[in-house]
Design a binder for this molecule. Structure first.
Ligand SMILES: *[C@@H]1O[C@H](CO)[C@@H](O)[C@H](O)[C@H]1NC(C)=O
Ligand SMILES: *[C@@H]1O[C@H](CO)[C@@H](O)[C@H](O)[C@H]1NC(C)=O
Ligand SMILES: *[C@@H]1O[C@H](CO)[C@@H](O)[C@H](O)[C@H]1NC(C)=O
Ligand SMILES: *[C@@H]1O[C@H](CO)[C@@H](O)[C@H](O)[C@H]1NC(C)=O
Ligand SMILES: *[C@@H]1O[C@H](CO)[C@@H](O)[C@H](O)[C@H]1NC(C)=O
Ligand SMILES: *[C@@H]1O[C@H](CO)[C@@H](O)[C@H](O)[C@H]1NC(C)=O
Ligand SMILES: *[C@@H]1O[C@H](CO)[C@@H](O)[C@H](O)[C@H]1NC(C)=O
Ligand SMILES: *[C@@H]1O[C@H](CO)[C@@H](O)[C@H](O)[C@H]1NC(C)=O
Ligand SMILES: *[C@@H]1O[C@H](CO)[C@@H](O)[C@H](O)[C@H]1NC(C)=O
Length: 520
């Protein structure tokens, strides 16, 4: 009896929440252009607001930092009530760092919406603690400027749009960094810490002051459909850096940058060893990268918490220094193991493959000289490269060779001015099969014995995550527009394929029917 009563209360709440427009927020007509939009996420949101509801002005000059913070503070209350979506209309929205403080939250940027990062100003950019696994900022001792969009300890956060833009306006940051005029580490465009069920998709990221997307200590992260652009000479503008994260999927991204397109990390020397959180179960696919001074995919150099089970496929690198590079050093500790890469197309490369155990770059002088990184079980197969200067530069650590390297079915076409020595191998061990030009003696050809290097055929949980489509309509009522959700696919009666209104009527009918049965 008590149980059924509770069920009816829940159903009633559903009807009220679904049918009411009390959660819709008024927005001014002028700022709204589209009359509907759609985003995909793990869940749709019941409460929707526009940045203009919080005093936002998209004129490219007015600061919106306070408007963003006010929006976040206001929407946080919906965290447990169907979640919320903040809509950014067309316009140029100047802002410095703001925090996402709500779980079950979506930030949605219209196609012509640009978040413009404020320029370098110590008073505008809050300084936050260094990451525990790094011990200090990456650019400078001590803390770091909080990222343009920052969030910590969140669940189910979506940052997406109709290819809207985050513009880091990084030029002044790069200049001041190079001139040694910054007191703290530069901000990233997006950083989420200690969070799970993250989606970052369908956006263009321009000119980040430093790294672009940095999920750190996160689980279940989907990064999809990003266009990331920065001058190829800009400092440390890495594309996507999963750092001490478990279950991450990066796909369908196009990246032109001044540093690695994807850089997989897990903490720095003694700090990373002490923190001990690896990056594992990472899928990277359908990535196109242009980065003449860096790699399409880098593993390290900060890898002290360990990197394992990385699966990369269908990658294209054009005018890029190297395809995959593994960077580590004595003092790092940790490991890079169980790495699988296949179907990689490379055009105009300095080195197709690069590994080094001599990367240097330490946070301080307290690193442990006995902390020797382990690099093992590295598999590359089914690759075609053209216009390459040198096939491979593979340099392990004396007394600690990198082992279990397997390369199969790889054809590397050489540049006109290619190096005489195509494979320079030291302190490594492994095998090859059907690889041209002929590999070094440390990677003997298996001939017919081996057909191809491993690539796992199981599917990771993160590969199965699918987004639902959620549609919103900007409704006109009198002189004001309201935005509210009009359709939830994946709702209670979604399998009937009926409209939301019909779903509500059905719910009401069931409710009335139920009450009548109860009364008898
Ligand atoms: C990205 O946008 C496309 C087309 O606009 C849409 O089909 C897709 O579902 C979106 N994906 C995500 C993950 O937001
Ligand atoms: C830009 O903003 C500043 C300060 O907020 C203000 O003084 C200035 O008049 C604004 N300029 C324009 C063109 O709106
Ligand atoms: C964002 O959160 C961090 C950590 O909780 C805090 O240090 C920082 O001051 C917050 N930033 C803003 C703009 O409130
Ligand atoms: C760095 O700190 C110094 C001394 O406090 C200050 O004068 C300078 O403006 C700061 N630099 C930046 C870029 O804010
Ligand atoms: C965030 O999560 C981390 C790891 O679980 C925890 O140590 C930290 O105290 C949490 N921070 C907040 C503000 O809840
Ligand atoms: C998104 O915008 C960027 C920059 O304008 C463009 O290069 C890219 O093709 C666009 N992506 C989509 C899916 O429209
Ligand atoms: C080959 O690579 C060189 C640089 O090593 C570059 O200058 C040249 O344009 C490339 N040629 C082709 C056909 O891409
Ligand atoms: C070798 O790699 C190429 C390029 O990815 C692929 O098309 C081909 O099927 C592979 N051959 C074998 C035997 O796997
Ligand atoms: C080969 O690599 C070793 C170790 O990195 C280096 O010392 C040597 O100079 C390289 N040889 C050539 C010919 O590049």
């Amino acid at each position: 009896m008590e149980v059924t009563a509770a069920v009816w209360v829940c159903l009633l709440a559903l009807v009220i929440a679904g049918g009411s427009s009390s959660s819709s927020v008024e927005a001014r007509k002028k700022s709204l252009k589209l009359d509907s939009f759609e985003f995909t996420g793990r869940d749709c949101r019941a409460n929707v607001a526009s940045i203009t509801d919080f005093g936002g002005v998209g004129d490219g000059n007015t600061s919106n930092t306070k408007a963003f913070q006010a929006a976040m503070d206001s929407l946080a209350k919906y965290s447990a009530e169907g979640g919320s979506l903040l809509y950014i209309p067309p316009g140029r929205w100047l802002t410095s760092s703001f925090n996402i403080t709500s779980s079950h939250f979506t930030l949605y940027l219209d196609q012509d919406a640009v978040l413009l990062a404020a320029q370098v100003d110590e008073n505008e950019w809050p300084v936050i603690e260094p990451l525990p696994s790094y011990g200090r900022g990456r650019d400078a001792d001590g803390g770091r400027y909080s990222s343009l969009i920052f969030g910590t300890n969140l669940t189910d956060v979506v940052i997406t749009g109709a290819n809207g833009t985050l513009d880091g306006q990084g030029e002044l940051w790069w200049k001041k960094y190079r001139a040694g005029q910054l007191n703290y580490t530069r901000p990233y465009l997006i950083e989420l810490m200690y969070s799970s069920e993250i989606q970052i998709s369908n956006l263009t990221l321009l000119n980040s002051p430093s790294w672009n997307v940095h999920p750190v200590y996160c689980t279940n992260t989907l990064v999809k459909g990003l266009t990331i652009l920065a001058p190829v000479t800009s400092a440390n503008t890495d594309g996507i850096n999963p750092d001490s994260c478990t279950n991450t999927r990066i796909e369908d991204c196009f990246i032109v940058s001044g540093d690695d397109c994807v850089a997989v990390k897990s903490g720095w020397d003694e700090y990373g060893i002490a923190y001990g959180m690896p990056t594992k179960h990472l899928v990277i696919r359908r990535l196109t990268c242009i980065s003449p001074f860096s790699a399409a995919i880098a593993l390290g150099s900060e890898m002290s918490g360990g990197i394992e089970d990385v699966r990369a496929e269908d990658i294209t690198a054009i005018n890029t220094e190297s395809g995959v590079r593994i960077k580590t050093a004595v003092g790092r500790g940790g490991y890079v193991k169980d790495i699988y890469v296949r179907r990689f197309t490379m055009k105009t490369m300095k080195w197709a493959f690069w590994m080094t155990g001599n990367y240097g770059s330490h946070p301080d002088n307290n690193y442990d000289p006995n902390a020797i990184p382990v690099v093992e079980n590295i598999n590359y197969r089914d690759m075609v490269a053209e216009n390459v200067s040198m096939a491979a530069k593979l340099e392990g650590i004396g007394g600690d060779p990198f082992t279990g390297i397997c390369i199969s079915n790889v054809t590397i076409g050489l540049a006109e001015k290619a190096k005489k020595l195509q494979w320079n191998c030291t302190d490594i061990a492994g095998v090859t099969s059907s690889v041209t030009p002929q590999p070094c003696d440390l990677l003997p050809d298996q001939g017919e014995k081996q057909t191809s290097c491993n690539f796992p055929d199981d599917t990771l949980a993160i590969e199965e995550v699918e987004a639902h489509a959620c549609s919103y309509k900007l409704q006109s009522s009198g002189c004001d527009d309201h935005i509210r959700p009009i359709y939830f696919r994946g709702g209670l009666f979604s399998f009937l394929n009926i409209s939301p209104l019909q779903q509500h009527i059905l719910l009401l009918l069931l409710l009335v029917l139920g009450i009548r049965i109860e009364l008898h």
